[in-house]
Design a protein around this ligand. Structure first.
Ligand code: G6P
Length: 611
């Protein structure tokens, strides 16, 4: 949930660290800090700046001082232990200000460790769990920083990605990870340690991925990796094809708007990556045919927006492949001792591939011998490496905290996977597949035509941003899109919004609707069109304004709803990928009207690597 970075090389590194942190800010933005080591005439000095608030505060502070040095670490924080405060911001230092450390994760046994260290005379200045780490390194340091870090981590329970530097080792950074991501960026006469790749894409596209329990010793010319038993290991660098322009705003006001607008491309790329000559391809090694044929059940596990892609997956897999699918929030799945018949397939959906709850769910599934297929936007992410197989979305890096292009790309993968499973299980004909693929191929253009309605949606936001509550309703294939629509509105505009199956309104939520609580309804042409029209009549009779998403040319809805957003016609089973787009734009425009920071909504972080 925090972003960490370290640099060792020949350049002055304060600005390199700051720029890297800017790209990591989506991981947390309540405080930040940078420490740099400078060697002058064989004398090493450390300077450090920490500020509460987003990175602009740190940037301003940095512009007012000169921070020289070619070795440094930085951190952008999402608070877990200890409120956002300068003393709780990272880097944290030992008693003598000689060792500095940044951390992403949670040290679960920090209380007994802290007591023990205080008894030994260590002085603590923050309320964080992290500070025990740096005092432990101090306590255990003899003359080797790697050894001290190794010994420290033996004492620690919890999750961590850390980078440590010391005044005694002016050319060296030591990193380690367990349950939080860390990669080494490989440069020429310079190296980086960083939470994720986009943060340093302007310097390198070559990376070494640090695995569970590994410790890494980095100088400007050398990288040594040790496994959890202390054995030196060799790794092949991973070369990413992401480039820096994908991680920049390119003239858009916010990353979120840019990413919403990129959806036709993201969805098209994702389709193309999985369909070749009118056939859906999936490696036997990613999901063996035998498992598909014999699977008794499928579970989808995910969190947040990815979970709603999971509900879309359930609808289409059950429809086409005729197999039961349970969708379970990953944070529940890991603790509910799920009954997983043998053989079963677990589909884990995670754009980042680093969400800790989803990774824990993957481990639970693997313990129970299920085949785990992950759907992720990040190759080489932890979830990918811990799963049996992977299907990727090709959305490019997503920076806005609220997911958009990765979500529609996940939905595209879900459609393709459903058709593929159906083919292997013999529940669909080749002709039917070809027919559906033709529809899916046309989805990017349909999304584009929805995006062309941007101005109209802006006008609607002008009317609707004044309401304090919203209810979103949909039925059948319309339901996952309203769930995501309500979540988007909540997370970026802070307006209370709930999503309900439209038929369930009469069992409670209809008590809420009225002048102050408008209803957003998905009313595409579908097998349950007349049912949802009745549900709209019910809420209209109670005085609610209705904003309807309806198929182009539907004149009936125009007489019933207060406002209509038109969407192109598409078979109902594939409607979610289109319907969710105007709801993203609606949430975005409402949030902008209310002056909210859409890229960095309060209390949230893009990648949640803590429980
Ligand atoms: C966080 C983000 C959400 C995201 C969820 C799951 O809560 O704020 O936007 O949907 O994590 O993330 P994942 O990377 O696993 O898809």
């Amino acid at each position: 949930m925090c972003g960490i970075i370290g640099y060792v090389g020949e350049k002055d590194c304060a600005s390199i660290l700051l720029n890297g942190l800017k790209r990591l800010e989506y991981r947390g933005y309540d405080s930040s800090g940078i420490a740099v080591l400078n060697s002058v005439n064989d004398k090493n000095e450390i300077s450090m700046i920490r500020r509460v608030g987003n990175l602009k505060k740190l940037e301003k502070a940095l512009s007012e001082v000169e921070m020289k040095g070619s070795l440094g670490i930085g951190h952008t924080r999402w608070a877990t232990h200890g409120k956002p405060h300068r003393l709780n911001a990272h880097p944290h230092s030992d008693c003598k200000n000689e060792i500095l450390l940044v951390h992403n994760g949670i040290i679960e046994n920090y209380e007994p460790l802290r007591k023990e260290l205080v008894l030994k005379g260590h002085k603590f200045v923050s309320e964080t769990d992290t500070e025990v780490l740096v005092h432990l390194v101090e306590e255990l340091y003899k003359d080797d920083l790697v050894e001290a870090v190794k010994e420290t981590l033996k004492r620690v329970e919890g999750s961590y990605a850390i980078v440590v530097m010391s005044i005694k080792c002016p050319n060296q950074l030591v990193g380690a990870r367990y349950d939080s991501p860390l990669v080494v960026g490989l440069g020429d006469d310079e190296n980086f340690l960083v939470s994720d790749m986009p943060a340093v894409l302007e310097h390198t596209n070559k990376f070494l991925i640090i695995d569970q329990g590994e410790i890494v010793n980095v100088t400007k010319g050398k990288v040594e990796i040790y496994d959890r038993n202390g054995n030196k290991i060799n790794k092949k660098p991973y070369k990413t094809n992401w480039d820096i322009s994908l991680a920049e705003k390119e003239g858009y006001e916010d990353f979120m708007l840019k990413e919403i607008m990129e959806q036709p491309v993201a969805v098209r790329e994702t389709y193309r990556a999985h369909v070749y000559k009118h056939k859906i391809s999936l490696d036997e090694s990613s999901l063996p045919l035998e498992i598909i044929k014999k699977a008794k059940k499928i579970f989808v596990i995910a969190c947040g927006t990815s979970l709603f892609a999971g509900f879309v997956a359930k609808g289409v897999i059950e429809k086409f492949a005729k197999i039961t699918v349970d969708v379970v929030t990953a944070s529940e799945f890991r603790y509910m001792n799920p009954i997983i018949p043998d053989p079963s397939i677990i589909i884990a959906i995670s754009q980042s591939g680093e969400t800790l709850d989803t990774i824990a769910g993957i481990r639970e599934a693997k313990k129970k011998k299920a085949w785990v297929l992950v759907v992720s936007n990040v190759m080489e992410s932890s979830a990918v490496r811990e799963s049996d197989g992977a299907m990727y979305t090709f959305a490019g890096p997503e920076i806005g905290v609220a997911a958009s292009k990765t979500h529609t790309s996940q939905i595209m993968v879900s459609y393709l996977l459903a058709l593929y499973l159906a083919k292997i299980r013999g529940t669909i004909t080749e002709d039917e597949i070809a027919f559906h693929l033709e529809t899916l191929k046309g989805v990017p253009d349909k999304i584009k035509s929805v995006l062309d309605n941007h101005d109209k949606i802006k006008e609607l936001a002008d009317i609707y941003h004044k309401f304090p509550n919203f209810i979103f309703i949909g039925r059948k294939f319309g339901l996952p899109a309203v769930m995501e629509g309500a979540l988007k509105l909540k997370e970026i505009s802070y307006i209370h919004a709930e999503a309900y199956p439209a038929g369930e309104m009469k069992h409670g939520p209809i008590a809420l609707v009225g002048e102050n609580c408008p209803v957003v309804a998905i009313v595409n042409k579908s097998s349950i069109y007349s049912k949802i029209i009745s549900n709209i009549n019910e809420v209209k009779a109670r005085g609610a304004s209705v904003l309807a998403l309806a198929t182009i040319g539907d004149s009936k809805i125009k007489n019933l709803a207060d406002h209509v957003i038109e969407v192109p016609e598409i078979p109902e089973e594939f409607s979610a990928i289109i319907n969710v787009v105007p709801l993203q734009l609606f949430a975005y425009e409402v949030a902008k009207k209310l002056g909210c920071n859409v890229d960095q909504p309060r209390n949230l972080a893009k990648t949640v690597t803590v429980e």
